[in-house]
Write a protein that binds this ligand. Structure first.
Ligand code: HEM
Length: 352
């Protein structure tokens, strides 16, 4: 295995997805995520799944539907936490995002369900990075058990919906069921189930880490907090009606906020390594990659929190690969930005 922290090389490798290099994670990781999950599939099926995912998490959906919904959920949770003596922020944000994502994906409501999906994901997460020894008692075994239980729950919901599909599309599962019914559909039951399993995890664990870190960084950097406060207070001041929520235009105008978010995600190293395999012999910078597995690290060259650096960072560019790059660029990058910006807006303008 080759480990690369060379930004230029990593960027090149990401651009070569499906040509010279291919996404390739360890078997132990693929077993956890699912053999038919997005990390294990390539080519046209990958492209198709990416588009399906963007149908829910991409800009059009954020602008058209999700913005007010994310706003509503965020406001309710901040209000709830303000009545409590203390809050474990990472856990509380993860729960908030998990509830939101599973509702949008398959109309799951933990408070009304006898199935504790969040507990299955918690067990799954504990062994996510562990020695892959699958015997009872090991962290890896517990992780696979968590996946198994989560899949049972998701499968029940899936079967029920497939047996009685809804006329009108209300969640992501409705879309999947509709897609599967099309003649010559490439979406199989296994692929759909693995996608429904991976997306909640991809959403709540990563975004909650990023938001918690952002709040910590802002607490440690009063000048960045002051600049951010200035930006959000100006948005509130210029709002025509005080009761109206954040508009798309306001969201798009949060320039310094995006710098804070980018800088946080850059420093957070939330997805620590990205794995690729050379498809054939490739000569890059004088090194021959011969079916080797390459682990690309986007490790920051600077470990200090300086949001102003963020203005040069656009996701997938050579100097910002925390969301990966090329054809495999993170499908949730825009959602992360929206959720973080909305959260920071209300935290700063309504609370101390
Ligand atoms: C701060 C939060 C996040 C970070 C740092 C992050 C990072 C990444 C990275 C580095 C990749 C590329 C993996 C590779 O190339 O092998 C990726 C892919 C992906 N991410 Fe995220 N992610 C985040 C949040 C999310 C969210 C909220 C979603 C929800 C939709 C999501 C869904 C995905 C999906 C579906 C892929 C696979 C894309 C593909 O293979 O084409 N991520 N993410």
């Amino acid at each position: 295995m080759i480990v690369s922290t060379d930004a230029e090389l990593n960027h090149f490798i990401f651009q070569q997805e499906g040509k010279l290099f291919l996404c390739c994670y360890m078997d132990s990781f693929v077993n956890i995520m699912g053999g038919q999950s997005v990390v294990a599939i390539h080519g046209s099926l990958h492209k198709y799944l990416k588009n399906l995912t963007l149908n829910l998490f991409g800009s059009e959906s954020l602008k058209g539907r999700l913005l007010p919904e994310v706003e509503d959920v965020t406001l309710k949770h901040l209000q709830l936490w303000s009545t409590q003596t203390s809050v474990n922020l990472k856990e509380a944000i993860a729960t908030m995002i998990f509830d939101f994502a599973t509702k949008k994906l398959f109309s799951y409501d933990e408070s009304r369900s006898g199935m504790k999906l969040s507990e299955s994901y918690a067990a799954f997460l504990e062994g996510l990075v562990s020695f892959p020894l699958n015997i009872p008692g090991t962290a890896y075994w517990k992780c696979l058990q968590g996946r198994k239980r989560a899949m049972e729950t998701i499968n029940d919901i899936f079967e029920e919906r497939r047996a009685s599909p809804r006329e009108q599309q209300k969640d992501f599962l409705d879309l999947l069921v509709k897609e599967m019914k099309k003649s010559e559909s490439i979406l199989t039951e296994g692929v759909a189930l693995d996608l429904l399993f991976v997306l909640p995890f991809a959403t709540f664990e990563t975004t909650s880490s990023a938001l918690t870190l952002a709040i910590q960084f802002l607490g440690d950097h009063p000048s960045a907090l002051a600049e951010l406060t200035k930006e959000h207070e100006a948005i509130v001041r210029e709002r025509e009606t005080m009761e109206s929520g954040i508009t798309w235009k306001e969201f798009k105008s949060m320039t310094f906020t995006f710098m804070v978010i980018n800088e946080t995600v850059r420093l957070g190293n939330i997805v620590p390594g990205i794995f690729r395999r050379a498809v054939k012999d490739v000569d890059v910078k004088g090194m021959i990659y011969n079916s080797s597995r390459v682990d690309c690290y986007g490790l920051s060259t600077s470990s200090s929190f300086e949001p102003c650096r963020g203005k040069e960072l656009s996701a997938g560019s050579c100097n910002f690969m925390a969301f990966g790059g090329g054809a495999r660029l993170c499908a949730g990058a825009e959602f992360v930005k929206l959720q973080m910006a909305i959260f920071l807006h209300y935290l700063i303008t309504k609370y101390r």
